[in-house]
Design a binder for this molecule. Structure first.
Ligand SMILES: [Zn+2]
Length: 54
């Protein structure tokens, strides 16, 4: 029971970024995002932040 929950949290937090310009969600490995290789799909912005803020 706890395992499934933890998996869900991991899945939700690890790979999802939000575009700072248009708020679109982008799923990508954080490594690539930090390397600047990932762009927002809709506005081509490089400004992404992790979905989880704190
Ligand atoms: Zn965007």
């Amino acid at each position: 029971m706890a395992t499934k929950f933890e998996e869900a949290i991991k899945r939700n937090q690890t790979n999802i970024f939000v575009c700072k310009d248009c708020k679109a969600k982008v799923r990508a490995p954080s490594l690539k995002v930090s390397q600047g290789k990932i762009k927002c799909r809709s506005c081509k912005s490089l400004k992404l932040r992790p979905k989880r803020k704190k």
